[in-house]
Write a protein that binds this ligand. Structure first.
Ligand SMILES: Nc1ncnc2c1ncn2[C@@H]1O[C@H](COP(=O)(O)OP(=O)(O)OP(=O)(O)O)[C@@H](O)[C@H]1O
Ligand SMILES: [Mg+2]
Length: 436
């Protein structure tokens, strides 16, 4: 038995069909509606959850949200009606691992599940340090700006906030910042805030003294102290609760911490790097995130542009990862004809580099040494939207925003860029691209 899988669908035939498909390799559970799934999720430790999107009036999105709050983070795969790519994008934003369109192609779903299980095992491995092994690949102007910023801020001690959609490389950047800093020989301590329940996060971060609370039988040294002289990486910082926010703020102000139940200030030399795929300004407005903390965290902000905004990187990354995975598997890399490359370049990659990497791994193994044909591609790549339907609408709204800003700024481009809150160079590039 490989692991535990949960299948959520309100249609009995789908549920039972899928249950049968995975019965050999998994212990399979099924649920016909979210409430039932939530109950199972509370009692079992699932590796994988496959959920339908629409179940009567209820949405499978709530399953993903719930699942990702669990400390063991199951990999969620969303099934959507064919063509509803926007929903798939939404699902990926919510943290879905991948998606399949309905009617489900069973071999595709099987290969996704297989990959998810591999990634799941990877999640558990104790050495997440990638900066030494995975180089940062990219050739676009946008990417060059990111690299430039990394190089400039890495040596400093200032807090850095890394923002961007899922899979854009935030964690990799955090590693790189540490790697290129004078602290590189000291610990790099990553903390996945969303994976820690609220009642644990404080004691995990700050440690506790013996007897600090029921069950605190021994003194516990927190992650802050483990990261002394090195870098503490707080991933998904938008998820931390109000009381932890206060403590973080206190650390940033005093450069020292106090263990729970302790009465002694412990001075520390820790560099804080945080990442989030949430809009923290909006979280501040909604009263969920402290404004004073945000200002202290994003002394420098590094924004990772989504892959669809840097199509030239898609090409380079594909070539890089096809070769990488071919080598890893001891096979010859597949050949990617121009026609297929251009389809892939126009696809919107809702899961960004993570999705591209998974795709490349699959192709490297399934088509080693052979030419990849258009017909080998999943329909999602060929959906009209991938061929640019979403871009015109995106472009249109961008165009409208830019025109409005220019009008407000009386045609002054620097001022318009400032109003939009984007760097001047980015603004000029956009003007050029949109031919304004
Ligand atoms: N520039 C890059 N070159 C090569 N590989 C990259 C690059 N950026 C990211 N990757 C790879 O893409 C995958 C996703 O990156 P990462 O985990 O850093 O994303 P993330 O922004 O932290 O995503 P999430 O918000 O979902 O946590 C990783 O396997 C990473 O190694
Ligand atoms: Mg991450």
């Amino acid at each position: 038995m490989q692991g535990l899988i949960l299948i959520v669908d309100d249609e009995k035939p789908t549920r039972e069909g899928l249950a049968q498909l995975f019965a050999d390799d998994f212990e399979v559970y099924t649920a016909s509606q979210p409430a039932e799934a939530f109950n199972l999720m509370a009692s079992e430790r699932f590796d994988i959850i496959i959920t339908d999107l629409r179940m009567g009036q209820q949405s499978g999105m709530s399953i993903i949200d719930k699942a990702l709050q669990l400390p063991y983070k199951p990999k969620c795969i969303m099934m959507t009606a064919y063509g509803s790519i926007e929903i798939a994008v939404e699902a990926m934003k919510h943290g879905a691992y991948d998606f399949v369109s309905k009617p489900v192609q069973l071999d595709r779903l099987e290969s996704i599940v297989k990959r998810a299980m591999l990634d799941k095992t990877e999640d558990l491995s104790p050495t997440p340090l990638q900066a030494n092994t995975v180089p940062m690949v990219g050739q676009s102007v946008e990417f060059a700006e990111v690299l430039d910023k990394i190089q400039r801020v890495a040596p400093a001690k200032t807090s850095v906030l890394i923002t961007g959609e899922t899979g854009t490389g935030k964690e990799l950047v955090a590693h790189q910042l540490h790697h290129l800093s004078p602290r590189s020989a000291q610990p790099f301590v990553p903390v996945h805030c969303a994976a820690l329940p609220d009642n644990l996060i404080e004691s995990e971060l700050f440690g506790h003294e013996r007897g600090a609370f029921t069950g605190a039988l021994q003194r516990h040294i927190g992650l802050f102290e483990s990261a002394n002289h090195g870098t503490l990486f707080l991933d998904e910082i938008g998820e931390i609760d109000a009381s932890t926010q206060v403590k973080l703020l206190r650390f940033l102000e005093t450069k020292s911490i106090e263990r729970l139940g302790g009465n002694q200030l412990i001075p520390l030399d820790v560099r804080l790097v945080c990442a989030t795929n949430r809009d923290l300004q909006a979280e501040v407005k909604a009263g969920r995130f402290r404004e004073d903390l945000l200002y202290r965290l994003n002394v420098v902000e590094i924004h990772m542009p989504p892959l669809r905004e840097r199509p030239s990187d898609v090409r380079l990354l594909l070539e890089y990862y096809l070769r990488f995975f071919a080598k890893e598997n001891g096979v010859r890399p597949p050949i990617l004809p121009e026609e297929v490359k251009s389809i892939l370049q126009n696809y919107i990659w809702p899961g960004n580099i993570r999705e591209l990497r998974n795709f490349a791994e699959n192709m490297a193994v399934m088509h080693s040494g052979k030419k990849i044909e258009t017909s080998d591609l999943d329909p999602k790549f060929l959906a009209p939207i991938g061929q640019g339907e979403v871009s015109p609408t995106l472009e249109k709204s961008e165009q409208a925003l830019i025109s409005e800003a220019l009008k407000k700024a009386n045609g002054n481009k620097s001022e318009a860029a400032r109003l939009l809150g984007i760097p001047r160079r980015t603004f000029y590039r956009k003007l050029e691209r949109l031919q304004l």
